[in-house]
Design a binder for this molecule. Structure first.
Ligand SMILES: Nc1ncnc2c1ncn2[C@@H]1O[C@H](COP(=O)(O)OP(=O)(O)O)[C@@H](O)[C@H]1O
Ligand SMILES: [Mg+2]
Length: 368
């Protein structure tokens, strides 16, 4: 799949409006404003004079360098989800086509743009505040995995090879550490020590994937809580943000989901004493996930669900730390030191999870 208008020139003062109009076609755009709290893409909502709205996104092509492969993946995945979601009571994101039967437009200078139908009356949450939300999010992830249970994962491109491979992330961390400003290394010293003392024991999921001890499945790779859309009454409508849907390991999905859906504090809580895992939310998420996915999991997957939550919390913490050492080049930050605060929160949560591992194992055993 390729973008048809590679040489497009947006002569207007406002490129957002220019690209929005391509997807709006003949309709008049009343207004466009930034939307959501994503860390990666730039997201806008456009309102049309006919009363409808759509989501416009500029893809972050520094992160997703293979835009054509990425778009091929999400179109294939979203079509599959559209065909299967209704039966299970979910909705799926639907991309808006433009001429030449493609779904994105742009170039490396002005960015690559795409649009989706707006899922009405939907909300997202950065943190779960009640067990029902966690239960619903778990059920939605299980349904997502189940919908792809018989889908040939090799149809999808591996756009970000070794995306959640902790060993690779450790290599990037060590590289960043070598090149980092002394000032940054100093202020991160406690977290660097934590990373070094835990990195070895947490490469257990790498071992499973490296030796084909768990199946390669179609996975979301970023099923954190704010990538689940809910309706106003707290029912999950489905997963969004399909950029990282690829062949991969289901344990990474469960781990990353628990990291954000069962946490005691926000991803960037500055007080590390408030960070940790909320076992009530963990129980609810697990119950929901079990309801829709239990049948398809292998025993190696089931046994490793609890430790995967720690591996992923640690891995994401390590990535925030690496980005801090690199000078904040990957994640959007809202203040100096934001990535360091995020890393501290994730490591504090991982430490709490390590203390509570046996309780998590008992809960998983109960539901799986
Ligand atoms: N189809 C949609 N309908 C309604 N809201 C959406 C839709 N897609 C995205 N959003 C909103 O936009 C936010 C950012 O979109 P997302 O695809 O998650 O981007 P990012 O990769 O930057 O996180 C979401 O958290 C959600 O609030
Ligand atoms: Mg998102």
């Amino acid at each position: 799949m390729s973008s048809p208008i590679h040489d497009i020139y947006a002569p207007t003062l406002n490129p957002v409006r220019f690209f929005a109009q391509i997807f709006a076609k003949e309709s008049e755009i009343l207004h466009i404003k930034p939307f959501g709290s994503g860390h990666i893409n730039d997201t806008f909502v456009a309102s049309l004079s006919n009363g409808s709205r759509f989501i416009l996104q500029r893809i972050n092509h520094q992160v997703f360098t293979k835009v054509d492969q990425l778009m091929a993946n999400i179109i294939l995945a979203s079509k599959h989800l559209s065909a299967h979601s209704k039966n299970l009571g979910y909705q799926s994101v639907e991309f808006i086509p433009i001429p030449e039967n493609t779904f994105y437009v742009g170039n490396s200078e002005q960015g690559y743009w795409r649009a989706m139908h707006f899922i009405q009356n939907s909300v997202t949450f950065d943190k779960a505040h009640d067990p029902n939300l966690a239960f619903e999010a778990g059920k939605a992830l299980g349904a997502f995995h189940a919908m792809f249970a018989h889908f040939d994962a090799s149809q999808l491109h591996n756009t970000l090879p070794h995306f959640h491979h902790l060993g690779r992330r450790i290599n990037s961390f060590e590289l960043a550490l070598e090149k980092a400003e002394t000032k940054r290394v100093k202020s991160a010293s406690k977290l660097i020590d934590f990373a070094r003392s835990h990195q070895e024991q947490l490469q257990c999921i790498d071992h499973l994937t490296d030796h084909n001890l768990v199946p390669v499945r179609v996975v979301h790779n970023d099923p954190k809580l704010n990538n689940v859309l809910f309706n106003q009454t707290g029912k999950a409508l489905g997963l969004i943000d399909l950029d990282t849907v690829m062949p991969g390991c289901l344990l990474h999905d469960f781990g990353d989901a628990i990291r954000t859906s069962a946490s005691l504090a926000a991803e960037d809580e500055p007080n590390e004493n408030l960070c940790g895992i909320n076992l009530q939310l963990f129980e609810a998420y697990t119950r929901g996930y079990g309801e829709t996915a239990r049948q398809m999991l292998t025993s190696a997957e089931k046994i490793n669900l609890p430790v995967a939550t720690i591996v992923m919390t640690f891995t994401i913490g390590l990535r925030f730390l690496t980005d801090y050492l690199n000078g904040d080049i990957y994640y959007k930050t809202h203040y100096p030191g934001h990535n360091l605060v995020r890393a501290q929160a994730q490591f504090a949560q991982a430490a709490d999870m390590l203390n509570k591992l046996s309780v998590m194992q008992a809960i998983i055993k109960h539901y799986f």
